[in-house]
Ligand binder design. Structure first.
Ligand SMILES: Nc1ncnc2c1ncn2[C@@H]1O[C@H](COP(=O)(O)OP(=O)(O)OP(=O)(O)O)[C@@H](O)[C@H]1O
Ligand SMILES: [Mg+2]
Length: 456
């Protein structure tokens, strides 16, 4: 790690102390800029901070607590470490309450100082990386800004969206709940040639059956009891733009035939009017049902299925693209921190394992909720996920720094355990699922002390 990446601003009115601390930090690879008082430091830092701050509390002109609150006004996420007098617990507690990252009691061991400063720098680097990521996202207008994920499937999906966006081919989006079907539909509109037109979303599962036809195709005034004014239907309203029929699998059969006719004829007729109106829409549909099975069961028309399913986009569930989880979690927690005006809480290393091993039945929506709860929790960061997942005593709470290799081993062990338990100890099934030769699986089970019969 270069000194450039670890910048430290040091504020202390005691010259000797300041020089000694500065030297210690510099010898340990930190780039230090020191000031004898808080006001001149503030002057220098007015336009933003590119490093962490260590400040004494008792200083003339401006004390460390006031300095802390002024710094938080410049950048709420910059870690500030305060130096308190020996035994001044009250002051330390107050400093933490006001958002100090940590405090060091005088006199301190240089090792203690280095440890705290290194942690603060690590945290700050994560904050900076998140910012860079967000800047990158807002600068590049494209599906990668809306539909995040670096897994191969998500990259391919974004490519398909880009290729399809400018065409009028009907698209059927398939995916479990919360996988991002609505996001994909919006991308097809936003990045396509119809972005100047409307994006009209209809939840086909939420319309009462007797309102269906009027909702989709509109009606003339007086065309039925209660029709006291004219109404434009969703199809007509979407003319020139994109019509998104969400949960299309829930559309009643009687309506399916009318929708099919409208799509085939490219025209619609309002209830109570004989005059067909030309229809010019791009149709996007979504479902989490198996429409083939629905067709077989007679609940969905084959002919409508073929018409809406010219191109199929399938979004895999989150558990099949676990590599996207840390990035999405990061993104949602940073968003939540901004929305709720809370400090950003970078994910603890050990927390990644917990996120990776969860099944995510609610997919990305569930992940987003968990990220919000993580940011809003008042527990120490290393306990938050364990509490949320209701697993006290998990690897998360054991704390401690683990090397990459140790973490990979933890993760591998966890995956093997899960597979063994899923297949009730059937080694052949585990070999098939994980694509492992028998010998490798045996070796790994021995290494991790996993006994087959425990899972039978
Ligand atoms: N790849 C992604 N990148 C960023 N945000 C995502 C992504 N996928 C989903 N989301 C977010 O997750 C939430 C759920 O997504 P969305 O509503 O599109 O899911 P869905 O598949 O339509 O779910 P449902 O079947 O329940 O209607 C939304 O807040 C959405 O913004
Ligand atoms: Mg949806």
């Amino acid at each position: 790690m270069s000194a450039e990446e670890n910048r430290v601003y040091l504020i202390d009115d005691d010259r000797e102390m300041r020089n000694a601390t500065e030297q210690w930090l510099e010898l340990s690879g930190f780039a230090v800029r020191s000031f004898g008082d808080a006001l001149s430091a503030l002057d220098h830092l007015q336009d933003g901070l590119d490093g962490i701050v260590i400040s004494d509390i008792r200083m003339p002109k401006m004390d460390g607590m006031t300095f802390l609150s002024r710094l938080k006004g410049i950048d709420a996420n910059v870690p500030v470490v305060l130096i308190t007098a020996h035994g001044d617990v009250q002051m330390a507690v107050e400093a933490m309450r006001q958002g100090a990252y940590d405090f060091i009691e005088k006199p301190f061991e240089p090792e203690r100082l280095l440890e705290v400063v290194q942690r603060a720098c690590d945290k700050f680097r994560l904050v900076m990386e998140n910012r860079a990521l967000r800047r990158q996202l807002s600068e590049s207008a494209g599906p990668e800004q809306r539909l995040l994920g670096n897994s191969t499937v998500m990259r391919r999906l974004r490519e398909e969206i880009r290729d399809l966006a400018d065409t009028d081919a009907p698209v059927l989006i398939l995916g479990e709940t919360g996988t991002g079907k609505e996001v994909v539909a919006r991308c097809l509109h936003e990045f396509g040639s119809r972005r100047g037109g409307r994006y009209v979303a209809v939840n086909c599962g939420a319309i009462p059956e007797n309102m269906y036809e009027s909702e989709l195709f509109g009606h003339e005034r007086g065309s039925f009891t209660g029709a006291d004014r004219q109404r434009i239907g969703r199809f007509e309203y979407a003319n020139g733009g994109v019509l998104f029929l969400d949960e299309i699998g829930s559309m009643p059969l009687a309506l399916q035939v009318k929708v099919l006719r409208a799509l085939q004829e490219r025209e619609i007729v309002r209830i109570g009017n004989n005059e067909p109106k030309p229809l010019d829409i791009r149709l996007v549909c979504a479902t989490n049902k198996d429409l083939n099975a629905e067709c077989e069961a007679g609940r969905f028309r084959h002919d409508l299925y073929y018409r809406i399913n010219v191109v199929e986009l399938r979004i895999p569930p989150l558990r099949e693209r676990t590599e996207d989880i840390p990035l999405l979690f990061d993104y949602f927690s940073v968003q939540a921190a901004a929305a709720y005006k809370r400090p950003e809480v970078p994910l603890q290393d050990a927390g990644i394992g917990l996120l990776m091993s969860h099944e995510w039945p609610g997919n990305v929506r569930e992940l987003k909720n968990i990220a919000e709860r993580y940011v809003l929790s008042s527990l120490p960061p290393q306990q938050r996920l364990a509490r949320i997942f209701n697993q006290p005593g998990s690897v998360l709470e054991q704390g401690g720094r683990k090397s990459l290799q140790e973490r990979m081993r933890d993760h591998e062990r966890m995956l093997l355990e899960q597979a063994l338990s899923r297949h009730h100890g059937d080694v052949q099934a585990v070999m098939d699922e994980l694509d492992l030769p028998r010998r490798t699986l045996n070796e790994k089970m021995t290494r991790y002390n996993l006994e087959r019969k425990k899972y039978c």
